[in-house]
Design a protein around this ligand. Sequence first.
Ligand code: AHM
Ligand code: MG
Length: 332
Amino acid sequence: LENTLATPVGITLDRYIMRKQAEFPFATGELSQLLRDIVLAAKIVNREVNRAGLMDITGNYGAQNVQGEQQQKLDVVANIRFIRALKNGGEACAILSEEDDDIIHTGNDQGRYVVAMDPLDGSSNIDVNVSIGTIFSIYRRVSPIGSKSTKEDFLQGGRKQVAAGYILYGSSTMLVYTTGHGVVCFTYEHSLGEFFLSHDGVEIPKQGAIFSCNEGNWFEYPEWVRTYLLQCKQRSYSGRYIGSLVADYHRNLFKGGIYLYPPTAKNPNGKLRLLYEAYPLAFLIEQAGGKALAGAEAVLDIEPTDYHQRAPLFIGSSEMVDDLVACLTAEA
Ligand code: AHM
Ligand code: MG
């Protein structure tokens, strides 16, 4: 019982953030506030996602409903919600979103942070009631405070992230994030409107028995990826692929497994976006004791050049990623 009382599991996100901040007496609290802003938008998006089937807000962007009102796709709704929350919050000076070509200046030029995000990932699953997610990545700006944010703020490289995480809108809604001191997971209590700490110090099992990839692309995969996948099959690992990055990643994080999005003929650099998909999930996995590669190179070491650049992604349990690398090395 003593042990149970000692564990903070069950405390609210707000209280958790306050306690953590007390451990860093020189922290200004701005990052904490930024996380709260993201969470507020996530609660609103969660509500929209939950009632999507009822509210007629799925379907094509630009379509009109019977009242003649503008219908919006959920990913557009999510984009608007997060941008609004970050503008109102004041901590972020600019946002990079998968939904917009260029960065969005929030007008908060005093803000010390920038946020790169995919407001609602899993486009093929959004309209068919399958789990989807939000991914975010936070940097301290390098441009002078008080000026307009610049490209350099976003192209600092994955190792410069100060926080990253995701919200999974699944059978439960969960927030998983890191500020570089391990990984924490919170579960949303709908009736109370609060996230509660459900898993502290999340660690991915070193070895797993799940592989996740789009096997429809098999003939386009590099030979070493196919060699590895054949090994998985010889070992009777389970093939599990939702097609929602956050959901596939989350399952593998807790059960152990590997997620692969290799280069293909259509997407020679893979499909996933470096700044707001690969980097944040790579930061999280390293914090959870796993590994993330883009080939021979660690995802976090890739030099960023463009806001929306893509990167191959091989991410998950460390020993599984090592086995994959062995196939790459053997082929070379
Ligand atoms: P999106 O940003 O257009 O939603 O695409 C990203 C999604 C990921 O969630 C998922 O892992 C991947 O695309 C699935 O791609 P595919 O359908 O090629 O397997
Ligand atoms: Mg996406």
